[in-house]
Design a protein around this ligand. Sequence first.
Ligand SMILES: [Mn+2]
Length: 487
Amino acid sequence: MPEAGGYGTGERVKYAVLGCGSTGYHVAMELSRKEGRVLVLDRDEGRVKELRDQNLDAMIRDISDPGFLSGLPTCEIAFVLTGNHQANLAAVRTLRQKFPQMHIVARALDPIGAGMLESAGADFVLYPQQVVARAAINQVNRLHVSRLSQRLHDLLAGWEGTLGIITHKNPDPDAIGSAMALAAIAGNANPQKLTCRIFYDGIIGHQENRTMVNLLDIRMEKMEPQTIQDCTYLALVDCPAPGMNNTLSQRTRVHIVIDHHNDGHGLEGAAFVDIRPGIGATASILSQYLQELDIPVDKNVATGLLYGIRSDTRDFKRNVTPQDLSNAAFLLPLTDSDLLDQIMSPSLSQETLDVLGNAIRNRRIQSGYLFANVGFVRNRDSLPQAADLLISLEGVNTALVYGISDDAIIISSRNRDIRLHIGNVLEEAFGDIGDAGGHPNMAAATIPLSYFRRVKNKEELLSLVMDPLLKKFTGLVGLDTEAGNEI
Ligand SMILES: [Mn+2]
């Protein structure tokens, strides 16, 4: 049989498929449809003839023979796909030896063979059984989510009255975004007979969160026992059960629970529960519903959800799954990026500005340790912001910022000295009299003012009790033993 193809010397093709059984054939057809010319090698003469009849560039070659490359054009990417492990292994070795830069994809017949092909130089080993298993599971998961979304929609469509959507205590962007999205789904499913109200407890603390609520025009109501009783149905978002990270009594009957924390309890009466601890954000689950239900997504809702996913996964750096990424990709074109920028870099509030000013003015530095008294603070969130700012000062390795609120002394610390675990130090210094601890590089402590709550002048009180408290800290980190130890 004459050689087909008509290659000149030194000619190159992009793709070669070695071994054209059913796997090879599908790859070759897919490539030639999308990418154009593909070189196909098979040792069976009859098979090569068939392939040529289908307009493929096929040639007869035994790829286990080390000389099989002679007379062939150079290719950039080779797919080694026969059903014979030894032949595949031999071909990978020959190719790798001759073309160190070539991309080689090889088919394994079992996990041991996969390891051998990898050591022989294959860049990517395909183990079809595993590919099929993954595809099957992905499909089933998709089907499951699609049914779940539909079930939620149907459920909401059949309800009449008021749905109270409850976020967790001191709601974060994930909880707020998720609540918005659930309200949007309810509005789509049942615009006439079902009204949604979003509730929270505690405070909407971070400036970013307050900005989010303002800019995205979210109506959130403070949770009162009476208003909860007015609701016909209750939904929990971003918390797993009544009484867990919310102020509902444990016996409250809830109807919908959507969360990504660990499983809740007491949910027997709930009509709809979707708790997926593996996923990065509750907002990610809600985005999936919107996508599956094919509901038009309002710009504010999409922006809220994307901000929720970004903030819960610390901008895709923590607990993030491929599912979170693909949900974020779905949301991205629907969001308002200017709005998101505004939310994420809000202007400073007057109080935070004052706290930062106090921290800078009152700072004392000793041997790389910075201490700053910010006095009385109403908004505790400004304290970590001050610590973040001060740790960036030159010559400062550890920053400890403290202040006093109505009912506690609060301390926030940042550290970049790798020999020091600031979370452990704070825990050791203040754990017995308050709530203290954290990570090697960031930590906090809250020391309740149980005995001094009635003292009017808080700033005076702070200077009175802070010295002995700081002594504990400086003693632990060894600052006391150094010269000039008055801080
Ligand atoms: Mn969350």
